[in-house]
Design a protein around this ligand. Structure first.
Ligand code: M6R
Length: 628
């Protein structure tokens, strides 16, 4: 996930771009750069690290042109060093890219065969090569971009500029967001409204497969074949309340949209980008006070965590509500990757079932608030029994954070909506890191598998951005969905907790009957519930249980249920079996649950909204349950 900005107008583009990048720094900050016209050429300045490093470098530079692009990076392909920072320049072309080009290896190999020389480790650089090659072949900037778009597979939003077209920016996207705003004298195009609002409140949101052509202050939109399309301008008219919600109708929707960022923030501290390895950062087992964590020596702390994990014979995951479902995902991940036995418990059950907590147990408590009474009691019980307790909290310095032996943070930012959204996806990302760390400690994770899993994890925020596009599908489908008698969510393996979470969200927000089931359990009773008034949400990603899940889907279909299936990539079989098939990016089994969350969250949100329910404060509930 990265942030991009382009500017064409009378101001110094560097000022506008850097201001814009500041508002986008939440999208990534491991390097930044600009390419701005000067004396008819793009002058490119890039810097490793935070935007402030780029600002220091820019302080002594002058630019006389009026067009430029900029980027703040969150690394996926290639470590966060200057050569991998954007913009990428080839010949007279410069580009900035947010997303992932999935077929980059094939395209790069073809270009290298033709003699292209790559100067970075990124997937993005090849876009600059492709555009520049098309221009060298006689195309203008517009037609060069139209020619190369069909070659790109994956998630992308891109700005492309070329020195021969000093008033033009080409922008195109499939997945990650792009917004353009224009006033009488200038055009700003960026990943997020925040970078545009200082200049105008009249904007256009680019949809997937749309292309924007900026020429001076003129903007035109096209489809990917180069056919002109018309688009409606959106006037942003925010009340103070909307500003707090950043334009979203509800905090919940804002928080759903924040997930690519919060997932990145959760995993960032624990991944070494250069070596593609996991290294839990400053967990602080045995340190005693959370205040001490910052002062810890990272290397010594990591060794200490590895030693503790190595000695662990049994893991308990304990939490309530949505956090409990995160724990279930952790159970599948830790058990499968590290071959360590894991038990996952609801805190109110755990604390009263007189659990047997053998020696060398690790109890992981999960809580967004860090204050949930039952989970806190479970933590205390586990410590009294002599277990090491690792807390995963969002609120730093909360009771659980202070009382636990080791500490990890969701880093999701404040979650206002009572319905938990981003805390769950962040925890799932974090649990991927914990499971890999446990597997490493147990000698169960070969280097190549670790690199593969880390790469999948790093690609997750970008994939999440594309999945958010299902917002419009559910906004439209909600008026039909709300009339169903009930909802049955089904999944297997690591997807099963997402089925439970989908049902919880529907109950909590829309007050409708909803059940989450392990798909294999259907024929043991719940199949009797199914008729045409029941909506079935089937989580059927392409994993080792896929065929079995499809059989369960066929059973449900035979009973007349209306089926929404959620699977991986283009899948004609699932599409034919379902009333609606939602394709998610094809990712590793460890990541599927994170992506599946987004459609189930959006579905509950829109059904509840269409029923006029109080989304951010559902009846009878509280954000933090500090009583039994
Ligand atoms: O703060 P916690 O994570 O400990 O809260 C646990 C549950 O109360 C919470 O996840 C609840 O289930 C949410 N409202 C679900 O959206």
């Amino acid at each position: 996930m990265c942030g991009i900005v382009g500017y064409c107008g009378p101001e110094n583009p560097v000022d506008v771009i850097v201001q814009g990048l500041k508002t986008l720094e939440y999208r990534g900050y491991d390097s930044a750069g600009v390419a701005v016209l000067n004396q008819g050429k793009f002058k490119r300045i890039r810097a490793e690290g935070k935007l402030s490093h780029l600002e220091q470098k820019l302080a002594n530079e002058t630019f006389d042109g009026h067009l430029g692009v900029g980027h703040t990076r969150w690394a996926t392909h290639g470590p966060p060093v200057e050569k991998n920072a954007h913009p990428h320049a080839v010949g007279s072309t410069s580009i900035v890219h947010n997303g992932i080009i999935e077929n980059y290896a094939t395209l790069k190999a073809e270009l290298i065969d033709e003699g292209a020389v790559f100067t970075s480790d990124t997937d993005s650089e090849l876009i600059a090569h492709l555009v520049d090659k098309a221009i060298a072949g006689g195309k203008d900037l517009f037609h060069a971009v139209i020619e190369i778009i069909p070659k790109l597979e994956g998630a992308y939003s891109v700005l492309a500029v070329n020195e021969a077209y000093p008033e033009e920016i080409m922008a195109f996207k499939s997945g990650p967001p792009l917004v353009v705003g224009r006033n009488d004298k200038e055009v700003v195009v960026a990943s997020d409204l925040a970078a545009i609002m200082p200049y105008t409140n009249k904007v256009f949101f680019l949809q997937d497969e749309e292309v924007l052509h900026v020429i001076g202050t003129k903007i035109e939109f096209f489809d990917q074949k180069g056919q002109k399309i018309s688009k409606k301008e959106t006037v942003i008219d925010w009340s103070p309340e909307l500003i707090e919600k950043q334009g979203y109708d509800h905090f919940m929707l804002k928080e759903i949209y924040e997930q690519p960022r919060s997932v990145a923030m959760a995993m960032n501290p624990h991944i070494d980008l250069e070596s593609k390895t996991v290294r839990l950062n400053k967990v602080g087992f045995g340190v005693g006070h959370v205040e001490e964590l910052e002062r810890l020596d990272s290397a010594a702390d990591w060794q200490n965590t590895l030693n503790i994990f190595k000695s662990v014979k049994r893991v308990f995951m304990v939490a309530c509500g949505t956090s409990y479902y995160a724990g279930m995902v952790g159970e599948y991940l830790i058990e499968q990757l590290s071959r360590t036995p894991v038990e996952c418990d609801i805190a109110s059950e755990f604390r009263y079932r007189h659990p047997v907590i053998p020696e060398n147990s690790l109890v992981i408590v999960i809580s967004q608030s860090g204050e949930t009474a039952d989970t806190l009691a479970a933590l205390r019980l586990a410590r009294e029994a002599g277990a090491q307790v690792l807390s995963i909290c969002n609120v730093k310095n909360s009771s659980m954070d202070r009382e636990a032996d080791g500490h990890l943070y969701m880093n999701a930012g404040v979650e206002v909506g009572v319905a938990s959204t981003k805390a769950l996806s962040s925890t799932m990302a974090l649990l991927n890191c914990v499971a890999m760390a446990m597997a490493k400690a147990k000698g169960q994770l070969p280097e190549d598998q670790e690199a593969e899993l880390v790469e999948s994890l790093l690609a997750t925020p970008s994939h999440m951005e594309s999945v958010l596009a299902y917002d419009s599908f559910f906004a439209e489908a909600a008026s039909t969905l709300k009339d169903f008698r009930g909802f049955l969510y089904m999944g297997r393996g690591v997807n099963y907790p997402v089925a439970l979470e989908g049902a919880l969200k529907m109950k909590e927000l829309a007050y409708m009957h909803a059940e989450g089931y392990a798909a294999g359990e259907m024929k043991h009773g719940p199949l009797a519930l199914i008729d045409e008034s029941m909506a079935i949400i089937m989580l059927a990603p392409s994993d080792e249980l896929y065929d079995k899940t499809v059989s369960n889907l066929e059973e449900a279909k035979a009973r007349g249920g209306k089926i929404i299936s959620i699977g991986s990539g283009k899948n004609e079989k699932l599409a034919a079996l379902s009333d609606h098939y939602l394709a998610l990016p094809e990712v590793s089994w460890t990541i599927n649950p994170i992506l599946e969350l987004i459609p189930v969250q959006l579905m509950s949100y829109h059904v509840a909204h269409s029923l006029g329910k109080d989304i951010d404060q559902p009846r009878n509930l509280a954000k933090s349950v500090t009583v039994e």
